[in-house]
Design a protein around this ligand. Structure first.
Ligand code: ATP
Ligand code: LTN
Length: 334
């Protein structure tokens, strides 16, 4: 609990331009919690450096991710929006939790295995211990609920295990968090390889639709989406590409996948892809307009960052002093 409300926490890495996967799997769902929970939404720049980043781009994307949070409907008066590296308690608790996370547990993480393959020349210790820093993000705020896409479920399970282990040794210290993944949209697939997750750091631009792509680009990418040699517009395990397009259409229009299948019965793939592109572009147009307004006002974004960091620190430091006491760290009387 914080300020008499249960806590929600989530984070997005400023590691690239955000995709409709990030939007449908995560950010779009964040604002639903704002009334009933105390929400902390973080730009996790410390996680982003587990993969090599160009400093100027990391800085620019940190501002952009914050502006996108707001453009997607997160009001900084109702949500604590902040940047991870502005609150050093994340690194502090991250180290502590490293000492309560097992080598074997980290070795089993699929994201680590994936990213090690993709970054074979930079398999650094931070990439390996990424999940303990993520556990620290969540546990610092005594979080009850963590909205994430389904690729993050395994990290969330580990955060629960770490918290349970710590509580078992030292007595109640952390709330055990629950994950929240949306019914649809929890795993949007690549348009080029529909059996792979759409990922913002994919090198193939045709595989990803970015939240800020303009209408022409969005439609062009959907037109090129890989499907199959069949002609039927239906969802099914043997039709990854079409299933993904139906899911995207359903998320952007609020219709169910079954309704969409009926709507497009008898259509050719070309017309269907165009309709999906249009639904996506229309839904994202207001987000893009609001983003363009916000990103032009750097001073305002800096105020939001500063106030967010202050509010996050006020909450985080309570947990930190409890953790220090439990561990047996000495305290300085100042
Ligand atoms: P990267 O490519 O740099 O690993 P990413 O695209 O996987 O990045 P993250 O910053 O790691 O994005 O994720 C932010 C949020 O978006 C997380 O909650 C994650 O689960 C969600 N998410 C990411 N990709 C998808 C996707 N394809 N479908 C649904 N949700 C997704
Ligand atoms: N690992 C997440 C980003 C992330 C996160 C978090 C999500 C870092 N810390 C805490 C939820 C809660 C990712 O890669 N998508």
């Amino acid at each position: 609990m914080y300020n008499d409300k249960k806590v929600v926490f989530s984070g997005v890495q400023p590691s690239g331009n955000l995709t409709i996967g990030n939007y449908l799997g995560a950010i779009k769902n964040f604002s639903a919690f704002s009334e009933d929970y105390h929400c902390f939404y973080c730009v996790v720049d410390m996680h982003a450096i587990t993969v090599r980043q160009v400093p100027a781009e990391l800085r620019r994307r940190t501002y952009e991710t914050l502006a996108l949070y707001m453009a997607c409907g997160l009001d900084p008066q109702k949500n604590t929006l902040f940047v991870q590296s502005h609150v050093p308690a994340h690194a502090e608790l991250g180290w502590i939790l490293d000492c309560y996370t097992m080598f074997g547990e980290l070795s089993r993480m699929t994201q680590f295995k994936d990213k090690s393959q993709k970054n074979a020349d930079n398999i650094n210790a931070g990439l390996f211990t990424y999940p303990s820093l993520m556990a620290a993000d969540i546990l610092l705020y005594q979080t009850e609920m963590v909205p994430v896409g389904s690729d993050q479920r395994q990290h969330l399970e580990l955060a629960r295990d770490i918290a349970t282990r710590f509580n078992g040794i030292y007595g109640d210290t952390f709330v055990i968090p629950e994950g929240y993944t949306p019914k649809d949209g929890a795993r949007i697939m690549s348009l080029a390889e529909p059996t792979k997750k759409m990922s913002k750091s994919d090198a193939n631009e045709n595989a990803v639709v970015r939240i800020l792509d303009d209408k022409d680009a969005i439609i062009r990418k959907f037109k090129r989406a890989v499907t199959d040699s069949d002609t039927e517009i239906r969802a099914g395990a043997d039709k990854a590409g079409i299933t993904n397009l139906l899911t995207i259409y359903s998320c952007f229009t609020g219709k169910t996948v079954e309704e969409a299948e009926r709507e497009f019965a008898g259509f050719g793939y070309g017309d269907f892809k165009l309709a999906v592109g249009e639904a996506c572009a229309d839904a994202l147009a207001p987000v893009r307009a609001e983003f363009n307004r916000l990103i032009a006002d750097k001073a305002y974004l800096e105020t939001v960052m500063a106030e967010g960091a202050e509010a996050a620190y006020r909450c985080a430091r309570r947990t930190m002093s409890k953790v220090r006491r439990k561990l047996g760290f000495t305290e300085l009387k100042r």
